[in-house]
Design a protein around this ligand. Structure first.
Ligand SMILES: Nc1nc2c(ncn2[C@@H]2O[C@H](COP(=O)(O)OP(=O)(O)O)[C@@H](O)[C@H]2O)c(=O)[nH]1
Ligand SMILES: [Mg+2]
Length: 447
């Protein structure tokens, strides 16, 4: 069982005298604590993302300072937990007194970077971004700072302006040449090679962005196999808790059961599925089969589970077929029993299999590491793009496709211009000063 997180607090603004100091509080007890110290309104009833003015008093009712209280309710906060920010008058004495009182009321002083750590744990921030933030704060040189900034915003930040410049050049040239007569030698202008190059770069960027998704949204890992091979047992083993119903009756798992876990630092949504090739013909079985198919289709990694203590059955073959073409890891389960599955079985989908026993736990650690290794290269090369940036890049690629296929130079020029427009609509992926300021302020917490 996981213990509930403690409620933490810390001064978020730089040490030393300033016009205001901000104290941040995060955790389940945030509003219970603030109800006791903040006088003016009830923080526990205050709407999320609103600010109230009131007096902060200690437990004996003595005034500490007149403060502004901003409230952020879970999950819409930096850490994903209940949070509050207290803005008090600047100067080290007042802010320290506020923190002392919060600690007196049951909060714990935050450790360096602890708010960001919680943000990462809540999936609010990719780990790579958090690391980059740390580097930004700690950067000793302009070079290190620039490098960290580039990683924070994703290496695509330079790509979109570059692509746009390339397209602008092409449009200008195309328009210049369009003014000439058909027979003129200037008509030899052919934008296709450069268009192709731009299109390939766009596709590469889209590919990187798709991989970046793993760090942001988490990888999808689906456990599939015929009934009774131990899929639900494996699901539980990987989660280290009893989430799915394990039973010797075939077809126990009809719903798709999902839960979050982490493999080598990569958040993953693990899905247990209904067995493939079960004979049920009722509506629920059919639905379950469709869900399993969908899980395989959307999975970043498929764990195909086989019973190592039995010879392969026809339904095991269907599993191999369903998983073929998808990134797959073959898992041979029940190795605590004598082996009766041929070792070269399922060689088509994966050259090597991971052998485990969900009963004894043998091989599970190794399997976790293998899963992490399979997900990591994809995640590491990824960059973070917002949905609108992804959509913009896709529209741009489509316009480039159309311009390559255009029947006339005029039509091609029109599509190139459309491609450029698609990019102009994108906000620059470089974070705004405002965002960076907030990130800085937040990360200095407890430093
Ligand atoms: N001997 C042995 N039995 C196992 C192992 N893993 C699962 N089982 C048993 O196999 C049966 C089916 O397990 P379950 O996880 O429900 O399989 P599922 O139908 O694929 O989800 C249960 O009786 C489990 O106790 C294992 O590693 N060794
Ligand atoms: Mg099951």
């Amino acid at each position: 069982m996981r213990s509930t997180p403690s409620t933490i607090c810390a001064i978020a603004t730089a040490p030393g005298p300033g016009s205001i100091s901000v104290i941040r509080v995060s955790g389940p007890e945030t509003f219970a604590v603030l109800d006791r110290v903040f006088h003016g309104s009830r923080p526990s009833r205050q709407r999320s993302h609103t600010v109230r003015l009131g007096w902060l008093k200690d437990s004996r009712g003595r005034r500490i300072d007149r403060v502004m209280l901003a409230v952020f309710r879970a999950p819409r906060s930096y850490t994903g937990e209940h949070m509050a920010e207290i803005s008090c008058h600047g100067g080290p004495y007042v802010a320290d007194a506020v923190v002392r009182e919060l600690v007196h009321q049951g909060c714990r002083s935050a450790r360096p970077g602890e708010f960001t750590r919680r943000a990462v744990l809540a999936g609010k921030l990719a780990l790579s971004q958090a690391e980059a933030i740390l580097d930004i704060v700690n950067a000793q040189s302009a070079r290190a700072h620039e490098d960290a900034l580039a990683r924070y915003s994703g290496s695509l930040s330079g790509f979109i302006p570059r692509l746009r410049a390339g397209l602008d050049d092409l449009v200008a040239e195309a328009e210049f040449h369009l003014g000439f007569d058909e027979r003129d030698e200037h008509r030899l202008f052919d934008p296709a090679p450069r268009l192709l190059k731009l299109k390939r770069e766009t596709e590469r960027a889209l590919d990187l962005a798709a991989k970046g998704r793993l760090l942001h949204e988490g990888a999808r890992v689906a456990i599939v196999g015929r009934p009774n091979t131990g899929k639900s047992s494996l699901f539980n083993r990987l989660l280290e808790e009893d989430r799915a119903i394990v039973s010797p009756l075939r077809g126990t798992t009809r719903d798709r059961v999902e839960a979050w876990t982490v493999f080598s630092g990569i958040p993953a949504r693990l899905a247990d599925t209904a067995g493939i090739g079960s004979r049920g013909t009722d509506g629920i079985s059919r639905l379950a089969a469709a869900q399993t198919r969908r899980a395989i289709e959307h999975a970043d990694l498929v764990l195909a589970v086989f019973d190592g203590s039995e010879p392969a059955r026809r339904s095991d073959r269907s599993v191999v077929e369903s998983a073929s073409g998808r990134p797959t890891l073959v898992v041979v389960n029940k190795i605590d029993r004598p082996r009766r599955l041929r070792p070269d079985f399922a060689r088509d989908i994966a050259p090597r299999a991971a052998s485990v026993s969900c009963r004894t736990g043998q091989g599970i650690g190794h399997l976790r590491a293998l899963i992490g290794r399979r997900l990591r290269p994809a995640a590491a090369s990824g960059v973070a793009l917002s949905r609108s940036e992804l959509d913009g890049l896709r529209s741009c690629r489509d316009a480039l496709d159309r311009s390559l296929a255009a029947p006339s130079a005029e039509a091609a020029a029109l599509e190139i211009r459309t491609a450029g427009d698609m990019l102009s609509q994108l906000e620059s992926p470089v974070p705004s000063e405002g965002i960076l300021d907030r990130v800085f302020a937040r990360f200095c917490v407890g430093k």
